[in-house]
Design a protein around this ligand. Structure first.
Ligand code: BJW
Length: 256
């Protein structure tokens, strides 16, 4: 039996039996909230830049005012966006499985705003301001084009992880532990091109988990996965949740 999104019944059964589900999300999960994905062409003023060229420490060193303008534009965009049905389905899924670990590459807080708790922010947070020199957290003076650190007078920077920078130690450690421990790993809305995040799926698979991708455009890693569901997360996840919830309540009744 399949649902209208072609969710295999075998997958529903695996999720019903799961002890620990680990989810990795990427920019595609926020696409239906109107937040452009990282590899989409950018809008308006920013169309001339590739995000990959802006999200680097070198770009910041060369032109910190430009990088701050880009991040302020993105903060406004995300602040005016709302979580979508995919974010809400993930938050609800945590009530249906014994243990759920949510690792997100997204920096937009939309999972948290949808009600997910203990979200592991693999690539930091768009709304944090850090000292470029030592990484300490501060609140930026928004009147300055390039805000400065109140302690050392150096530049503050957005609290995200750029290319070539290390993943925060606790986020990396907790994510690897969850991927190695889970029995089901869901990779949702990510191009699986950026490491070490993309390696979490393989880590899970090598430790015996069933690995599932949900993405309208199957990625290069999809062939290595156990299930690849071609669809938008805002459509697939609510359907998946519904089929689990229906069956769970049936199970609960028959157990009484
Ligand atoms: C939908 C949808 C819908 C659309 N529903 N889906 C191994 C091999 C090769 C290279 C490396 C390697 N290990 C490390 C590297 C280097 C590098 C890297 O991976 N480079 C690759 C590009 C080759 N990695 C790093 O530099 C990382 N650091 C590191 O490794 O440090 C080592 C170190 C150790 C000790 C000391 C010092 C260093 C850091 C990576 C940081 C990535 N940062 C960014 C920017 C964050 C800040 C910001 O937002 O500005 O993170 S880059 C960008 O990519 C962002 C994202 O989180 C990340 C992933 O992108 P994501 O989420 O997958 O988005 P997209 O746009 O790529 O894909 C969207 C997907 O959604 C698509 O597939 C669509 O089809 C789909 N979609 N609509 C579901 N409705």
């Amino acid at each position: 039996m399949t649902t209208s999104c072609d969710i295999p019944e075998a997958l529903c059964q695996i999720l019903r039996d799961a002890r620990h589900v680990c989810i990795l999300t990427g920019a595609g999960v926020s696409a239906e909230s109107g937040v452009p994905t990282f590899r989409d062409a950018q809008d308006g003023l920013w169309a001339q830049y590739a995000p990959q060229d802006l999200a680097t420490p070198d770009a910041f060193l060369i032109n910190p005012a430009l990088i701050w303008r880009w991040y302020r534009w993105r903060r406004e965009l995300v602040n005016s966006a709302m979580p979508n049905s995919g974010h809400y389905a993930i938050a609800s899924l945590s009530e249906l499985v014994p243990q759920l670990t949510l690792v997100t590459q997204n920096v937009d807080n939309l999972h948290q705003r949808a009600g997910s708790r203990n979200v592991i922010e693999f690539h930091g947070n768009l709304f944090n301001d850090r000292c470029f020199a030592d990484g300490s957290l501060h609140i930026a003076d928004e009147s300055l084009d390039v805000p400065v650190c109140p302690d050392c007078g150096g530049n503050l920077r957005p609290g995200v992880v750029w290319f070539g920078e290390a993943i925060p130690e606790s986020a990396l450690h907790e994510s690897c532990s969850a991927a190695a421990d889970c029995d089901v790993f869901l990779s949702i809305g990510t191009s699986s091109q950026v490491y070490p995040a993309a390696g979490l799926a393989n880590l899970a698979k090598n430790n015996g988990a069933i690995v599932v991708e949900i993405n309208p455009e199957p990625t290069m890693l999809a062939a290595d996965f156990d299930f690849a569901i071609a669809g938008k997360s805002g459509v697939v996840l609510p359907e998946l949740l519904e089929s689990l919830a229906v069956k769970r309540s049936g199970q609960d009744r028959s157990e009484k």
